[in-house]
Design a protein around this ligand. Structure first.
Ligand code: ADP
Length: 432
């Protein structure tokens, strides 16, 4: 795609938008930018009248497509619109591993990257996990392997993106507020397989009710927590790829069944790159996930605190509570809802001493928990909810923040919510 001297509009000015502006400038394009958010009006290059015949428009993942008037206008005027992911893809070299799914994307992307590094490969990590692909693509080479975490928001407007290896880890209800229905959410996830070539590999989870049924691509391989003849599976407590032994399950430092799925996925997506057993073993054994993902903050007066602030949908909360099943749990849940049914969690019958609800969704969560005979406590704000747990949990109990909701009613991100949790808990630790 030749963009020299072309007039390009970047729509949306988050991290991805800003990275695309830089890339487009490097490519010699005349770049303007626009954001529905007025706070960017003062910037040189900000386009007040975006309804123009651009040569190209690049959409950031943060922009809502549904009933978007500007997008509709651009479509009617036949202005070509691509995603930031497309722009970066079209200007990248080497191989790409694309990771999508409702939960586990960051963990799998990071671990796959770590495995490739341990094997001495030239590798990049980008996408939803941190650095946008546009910020990385110019550094890629014909020998590099780029691991790209791809969210639904990035896939929504993508048309060209394709990866040598793609995976859909799992599909559970999430972002229904933005996509309108589960079917639409699933349709967008499946776009990851839309442009695959025959030689490309699709990796799917055989233990997930939705992904196991998908029929998207001929060259599909599976991973499972059970034995598999051809894919990546578990046999007598060891992970195998076909007949090749990778690691014993007891050597995996990550907690819980879902993290075992994440390890299997990371192994499965890297198998085409000829990684030796030792590199797999070393990488998996020494891997630690990013913050706010089932992160053990330690003990205060004998009570253990777990920060799982990144759990922003019900399926991820289930994964976390399952990982600590057997403990006496005080579960902190709440925030901004996404039209997801909390009954899916409470009907399982986990041992939870108290469900402590906060934020906009507090009453909905509490009602659902009470339906299944759980004791609940409701707080408008986050901090008093945490303090309540700290006051009432007994020695040996676990206080788990795994909110099952977005954070935007009270915080700018899940990370800010997790940091606040840490601050309150560790503040008490210093007092003790
Ligand atoms: P994502 O990038 O898809 O949000 P992360 O790897 O950041 O996924 O994990 C987010 C949260 O989801 C974790 O804190 C944990 O509670 C939960 N989780 C992680 N892996 C899985 C999985 N494979 N299935 C379900 N939940 C998971």
């Amino acid at each position: 795609m030749k963009l020299k001297n072309k007039h390009v509009l970047v729509y949306g000015l988050g991290d991805s938008g800003r990275a695309s502006i830089k890339l487009l400038k490097n490519l010699g394009a005349h770049v303007s930018f626009y954001d529905d958010n007025v706070k960017f009006f003062d910037y040189i290059g900000f386009e007040r009248e975006p309804r123009k015949k651009w040569d190209l428009v690049v959409m950031s993942p943060g922009i809502k497509c549904h009933e978007n008037e500007l997008l509709q206008w651009l479509e009617n005027e036949k202005v070509p619109v691509i995603s930031e992911l497309d722009l970066a893809y079209l200007h990248s070299k080497g191989k790409i591993i694309a990771v999508t799914g409702t939960n586990g994307k960051t963990t799998v992307s990071m671990l796959a990257h770590y495995i490739l590094k341990a094997a001495g490969k030239e590798t990049f990590l980008c996408g939803n996990v941190g650095l946008p692909f546009s910020a990385v693509c110019e550094k890629t080479t014909k020998n590099s392997i780029t691991v790209c975490e791809v969210s639904n928001f990035q896939l929504e407007t993508s048309r060209f993106f394709r990866a040598d290896v793609s995976t859909i880890l799992n599909v559970k209800p999430d972002h229904l507020d933005r996509h309108g229905s589960f079917e639409e959410y699933l349709r967008v996830k499946c776009k990851i397989a839309e442009n695959l070539k025959r030689s490309d590999l699709l990796v799917l989870n055989l233990d997930d009710d939705v992904t196991k049924k998908l029929d998207l691509h001929k060259k599909t391989k599976y991973f499972s927590k059970n034995g598999l003849k051809h894919g990546t599976g578990v046999w007598k407590n060891q992970i195998y790829v076909g007949r090749k032994k990778i690691i014993s399950v007891s050597d995996i430092p990550l907690k819980g069944e879902k993290n075992l799925e994440n390890v299997l996925a990371a192994v499965a997506v890297t198998t085409p790159f000829k990684i030796d057993e030792q590199a797999y073993f070393t990488a998996i054994k020494n891997f630690s996930p990013a913050s706010h993902r089932m992160e053990n903050l330690g003990r205060v007066f004998g009570v253990t605190f777990i920060d799982d602030s990144k759990a922003t949908n019900v399926a991820s909360t289930i994964a976390c509570v399952e990982a600590f099943a057997g403990e006496d749990i005080w579960l902190l849940m709440g925030g901004q809802g996404k039209d997801i049914d909390y009954d899916d969690l409470f009907k399982i019958g986990f041992n939870i001493k108290r469900v402590v609800c906060f934020g906009q969704e507090r009453e909905n969560i509490s009602k659902s928990a009470q339906k299944f005979a759980y004791k609940t406590q409701v707080f408008e704000k986050f901090a008093p909810a945490v303090e309540f747990c700290m006051k009432n949990a007994k020695e040996g109990d676990f206080v788990i923040l795994s909110p099952g909701c977005a954070s935007f009613d009270e915080f700018s991100s899940y990370a800010e919510r997790g940091e606040k949790f840490k601050k309150i808990v560790l503040g008490k630790l210093e007092e003790s």
